[in-house]
Design a protein around this ligand. Structure first.
Ligand code: CMC
Length: 608
């Protein structure tokens, strides 16, 4: 009953015509499940890889081939149980977390296919609702099915009146992504009671509801931000038209949706609809693997999308272009990027090592808008100048950094009057279809193993508890630590911190590495190998790593800079143009730094 109350309907769910149609849709459109290949080894002459472990043991691993592309996938699912060895792959750059038949990207060629269809062709020939159906059900719908699907979507666009109340509590200036994540998670409380994930009809209904209500919620986020009353969706309008109407119609005046703007929004949504196992989609799958409801899973996806490395990049691109100012600022900015002080937002991609086809389409949409008489945005010309300089610069060429979808998408959205803060919300609106297609695929194809990666532990070994009182007492006895504003150059660090400066009773360390040959280690490390009780242990260990790291690089002829290139440089690059190279280094090493120190020590090359 609750789900019907949401739309002001009090008739039982399954006597409703709408729900009969859902059942029909569900039956008509279910593609045959494609279960994961079974685990196991060397059956039926399959191609196998052999792993040889350091102790000489060998293990056979199945080799899997995708339907597109020439990559080889090595099935390691039984590796840990069979050998007690695990793989280490932070950021999953070399790991496939699932089988999927939704989207295929060829990063070298710069192609992106939705269920086999090139995305740029879908932008030209299809529309968002049809693409949503294609992504979710695997095929372009027959005309009658398409009409039924679109009718279903429209009939679910209204939200419960009480959902509006959530918006009244947001402060003026609250980021619309915060609103979106909150309200989408709150939708669970209107519908889940509890949802049976094994029921295909229930899943289908939840998916249609979520996709349908998203533009309404997005419109409400925008209206809350600008302090105007909400608009309700209209049955005769398309998805894109409804979105523009709910955002821009005002009670005081007539509003007619500009057909070009609706076309641009439609194209934008298609281009953002899916992109295989990106951070937010993987988050949705991870949340779904715990059997969380789809509203909660999509809310998780929204939060993962928010960051600047992912969906937040579109907003960051516009901020960056505004900071550059005009074409004369490009060379200085590019130099800053090459010095790793900032990142060129909207450039680079984990998969594309060529031009992102979505960026080409976005740039085309900008042109279309300006050619049709929309006032030309100087940021567009600036972006093109920046692209030209970057694409002819060795730094970008060597790293295969090309514009991604976000480089021009903000300019497209600005041209149709969508403010910067709404950009990532627009991305989320399109991507909801992809998230739900993956959620559906995961359940339908029984890929529901809970996501639970392993970790390579680099923390303290087991130790006896020390009470805060004991820690304080020991601190009182110990000399006070040096002030934080210590010199930062490599040279001054090594001069200022001679081993004798370090109170030995505060530097008890266990290094679990087979060989420790460095003289620095011997100098710095006490003979006792017990874990330190103090945070100063971290300083000492960090400094050891710093010395070793700079020594290694000086022997390789590399410039001395940050001792932990990954950590420090990426922090500075991300620091939104506020990077200060004189900032003191962090006092506490990260796991990564500890890991670096351990691997340096165990490689035996430490200390030159
Ligand atoms: N500007 C400058 N240098 C870059 C950039 C960039 N945008 N992207 C990567 N690099 C450099 C990076 O410094 C590193 O150099 P080095 O080898 O000297 O250390 C190298 O290229 C590899 O970078 P990475 O960070 O290890 O690559 P990744 O695959 O982990 O990161 C990325 C991919 C998208 C996070 C990254 O390219 C980036 O930060 N781009 C800017 C943010 C952005 O536009 N994000 C939107 C992505 S597309 C839309 C979406 O899916 O959300």
């Amino acid at each position: 009953m609750r789900e019907n109350e949401a739309n002001g309907n009090t008739t039982p769910v399954h006597s409703n015509q709408k729900h009969k149609e859902i059942a029909e849709l569900t039956k008509a459109s279910l593609p045959p499940p494609q279960p994961l290949p079974s685990k196991g080894s060397d059956e039926g002459g399959e191609e196998m890889a052999t792993l040889t472990l350091p102790d000489g043991r060998t293990h056979k691993l199945r080799v899997l081939k995708p339907t597109c592309g020439n990559q080889t996938f090595i099935d390691i699912r039984d590796l840990l149980s069979a050998t007690n060895a695990a793989t280490f792959d932070p950021g999953y750059s070399s790991s496939a977390s699932c089988c999927s038949a939704i989207t295929y990207i060829d990063g070298d060629k710069g192609t992106c296919l939705y269920r086999g269809y090139p995305v740029h062709e879908l932008v030209e020939k299809s529309h968002f609702e049809e693409v949503a159906y294609l992504l979710m059900y695997g095929e372009v719908p027959a005309e009658n099915v398409r009409l039924m699907f679109e009718k279903q979507l429209k009939s679910e666009m209204l939200v419960h009146e009480r959902l509006k109340n959530f918006f009244t509590e947001f402060l003026t200036g609250a980021h619309p992504m915060a609103m979106l994540a909150t309200v989408v998670a709150a939708l669970s409380s209107f519908f889940v009671d509890p949802m049976d994930l094994n029921d295909a009809e229930e899943r289908e209904l939840a998916i249609i509801r979520l996709i349908a209500k998203m533009p309404t919620i997005v419109g409400m986020c925008y209206k809350t931000a600008v302090g105007e009353p909400f608009n309700y969706p209209r049955m005769h309008m398309s998805f894109a038209e409804n979105l523009l109407y709910m955002m821009f119609a005002r009670p005081l005046e007539e509003y007619t949706v500009d057909p070009l703007h609706a076309k641009i929004v439609d194209a934008f949504l298609i281009l953002h609809a899916d992109h295989e196992q990106n951070a937010s989609t993987s988050t949705v799958r991870t949340a779904g693997s715990s059997r969380a409801n789809p509203y909660a899973c999509v809310a998780a996806g929204i939060t993962a999308l928010w960051g600047r490395a992912h969906g937040g990049a579109n907003e960051a691109v516009i901020k960056m272009l505004k900071e550059i100012g005009d074409v004369s600022g490009v060379p200085d900015f590019v130099q800053k990027v090459k010095d790793k002080k900032v990142r060129l937002m909207g450039f680079g991609h984990r998969i594309y090592k060529n031009y992102d086809p979505r960026a080409i389409a976005m740039r085309g949409l900008c042109r279309q808008l300006f050619e049709a008489g929309t006032q030309r945005d100087p940021l567009f010309d600036l972006a093109m100048a920046l692209e030209e300089v970057a694409l002819s610069d060795d730094y970008f060429v060597k790293r295969k950094l090309y514009p991604n979808v976000d480089f021009y998408s903000g300019i497209v959205l600005r041209a149709i009057g969508i403010p910067q803060e709404m950009f990532t919300v627009m991305f989320a609106l399109g991507r909801t279809v992809g998230w739900l297609s993956h959620w559906k695929e995961m359940i339908q194809e029984q890929q529901m193993k809970i996501c639970r990666p392993r970790q390579l532990y680099v923390g303290p070994t087991e130790r006896a508890y020390i009470s805060p009182a004991e820690i304080s007492a020991e601190r009182l006895r110990a000399p006070s630590p040096p002030p934080r504003s210590e010199p930062q150059s490599e040279e001054s660090v090594s001069i200022a911190r001679q081993p004798s400066d370090i109170p030995r009773h505060r530097t008890k360390v266990v290094i679990e590495a087979p060989s420790i040959e460095s003289e620095y280690i011997n100098e710095f490390m006490p003979t006792e190998t017990e874990m330190s009780k103090h945070f100063d242990f971290h300083k000492v260990q960090a400094m050891v790593v710093k010395r070793l790291s700079s020594d290694r690089r000086s022997t390789r002829g590399e410039p001395l800079g940050s001792p932990f290139p990954f950590i420090r440089q990426s922090e500075s690059e991300w620091d939104d143009h506020h990077f200060n190279p004189d900032d003191p280094a962090p006092q506490t090493p990260t796991s990564r730094e500890r890991l670096d120190s351990l691997s340096m020590l165990s490689s035996g090359s430490a200390g030159g």
